[in-house]
Design a protein around this ligand. Sequence first.
Ligand code: SAM
Length: 227
Amino acid sequence: MGTFYLVATPIGNLSDFSFRAVEVLKSVAVIACEDTRTSSRLLHHYDITTPTLSYHQHNEHRKVELLMEQLDGGRDIALISDAGTPGISDPGFLAAREAHKRGHTVCAIPGASAAITALAVSGLPSDRFLFEGFLPSKKGRSARLDAVVEQECTVILYESVHRIGRLIGELRERSGDDRMIAVCRELTKQFEEVIRGSLADVTKKVEDHQNIKGEFVVIIAGKNYKE
Ligand code: SAM
């Protein structure tokens, strides 16, 4: 029996990595990486020379078996994604499920996740929240947005730079000018920024930005929240 480690990695700042994460990645037989080239920077920085293999959403079904062979053979293995916590809008769930089914130990090494980092920094209610991850870009998007704006708890969305302006417009169309949101950009990186306020304010601030770049988490306050 082996141990399957799901190891969280930094979401930008390489110093946000735990001692235990480094120890585990040095000790396992192989590290499955979402992108071996992306992860090589982190692994090199921490002098981790463990062999890697690629494991991403397009080969996940096929590679689960390969990972299980390692565990069945009594070897410990780790999974990391490009950034943050594996399994959270990233590959991880299928392998964790299969490892459990086969009776292996599944062990999470906790660390950063953009969702929780953004929620904490947003200054919006964090006692109850719904993680929606990425909305579909086309089919089903409108229905999901309708459901998001009806939530009474805080909602967390991931969005790409290509659609961030569109998303803010779609939310404003559905819930009006006053709904509070926080657009959290480039967390833990050099140009980290929290653009917070009513949808009307945030629309203006984002428009004034001209060519806004980076990675984004959008936090939307529940429908009855006022401040
Ligand atoms: N597993 C990751 C986690 O735990 O945060 C999420 C992976 S998902 C493929 C990538 C998305 O997370 C990005 O498109 C962005 O929405 C968000 N994200 C990741 N890093 C971020 C950062 N430093 N600042 C803001 N958002 C970030």
